[in-house]
Write a protein that binds this ligand. Structure first.
Ligand code: SD4
Length: 300
């Protein structure tokens, strides 16, 4: 058997090493993914996930997260949750619920508190300062408040063939309170079927959710495409559709891994991601579109 993990952005590098070490010791895909995503959530210098994440327009760190089990299709998610140290743990716990498995806002935060997850103020001094600076810059110029957004999305495969996927993000900097992106939405931010493979997204959620791209990639892999061909087909054809329909597409990037550990990515911007598997230590790559329907990928 084989095992492997793939994740969006360079920030997942250390987390993926932890997750992969767990898989190497015959750990489960689920525990490996939780460890890896928690490592990203816990790192205060990452300004778009968990502790240290940039806040919404009212200065509150509101987070979205989802967890999907590719064997059972169990799915848990939270959106607009606050003050919880590890949203991915809450999403995973909710995935075991038959009812109430996707919670938002105050209800999500109250649930996390009730079941005993660690609660903490997620706004760091540095993020508060970035918020104040952005408020000032916005008052002085016509700056778009919504720049800067990197979700951690991850697919994990263990040597029993189990697969899971997860996402975690603080969403768009300066988002309107209550705004939800693609990350907690099955099919958009993530999707996994252990009989096929999984996919995750990062980028402008408002556009990603129009294409259900994570589901589309898994569907294409199920139809027989390699992960790379599935990513290219889903991402570039949807980018073209959006451009045709309303003139532009936001930035987005998708990663995928199938149930034999092969992987692929596609992106309409410069993008970094990390992969590790049974044959390969965790490796950082960059990807960009070749503008002919394919992706240029380079190991760093
Ligand atoms: C969102 N997709 O909330 C997330 C943000 C993000 O890379 O990924 N960014 O829309």
């Amino acid at each position: 058997m084989t095992y492997g993990m793939i994740a969006t952005w360079e920030m997942a590098y250390d987390g993926l090493q932890k997750g992969l070490a767990h898989l190497k010791n015959s750990g489960t895909a689920a525990d490996a993914l939780e460890k890896a995503i928690c490592a990203v959530e816990d790192e205060p210098t990452f300004q778009s996930v968990g502790y240290g994440g940039l806040p919404n327009a009212q200065g509150v760190v509101e987070m979205d997260s989802a967890y999907m089990d590719g064997n059972t299709f169990q799915l848990g998610a939270v959106a607009g949750i606050t003050d919880v140290k590890n949203p991915i743990k809450v999403a995973r716990k909710l995935s075991h619920e038959k009812f109430n498995s996707f919670l938002v806002g105050a209800g999500a935060t109250a649930y996390a508190k009730e079941v005993g997850f660690t609660m903490t103020e997620m706004l760091t001094e540095k993020a508060a300062q970035a918020y104040q600076e952005r408020l000032k810059a916005m008052a002085e110029s016509n700056l778009s408040p919504y720049d800067g957004h990197d979700t951690v999305g991850m697919v994990s495969l263990d040597d029993t063939g189990s697969m899971v996927a997860g996402t975690s993000t603080s969403g768009l900097f300066m988002k309107r309170p209550g705004r939800v992106g693609d990350s907690p939405l099955a099919g958009s931010g993530l999707y996994v079927d252990a009989e096929v493979g999984g996919a995750c997204a990062t980028g402008l959620g408002e556009d990603l959710m129009k294409g259900c791209l994570s589901y589309e990639i898994v569907r294409l892999m199920k139809a027989g495409l390699t992960p790379q061909a599935a990513c290219d087909e889903a991402v570039y054809s949807f980018d073209a559709e959006l451009t045709k329909r309303y003139g532009k597409a936001g930035a987005f990037s998708l990663i995928a891994m199938n149930n034999t550990g092969d992987w692929g990515v596609a992106t309409n911007v410069e993008f970094t991601f990390v992969v590790g598997n049974v044959n390969q230590e965790v490796t950082l790559y960059t990807a960009r579109p070749d503008n002919q329907g394919g992706t240029i990928i380079q190991a760093q």
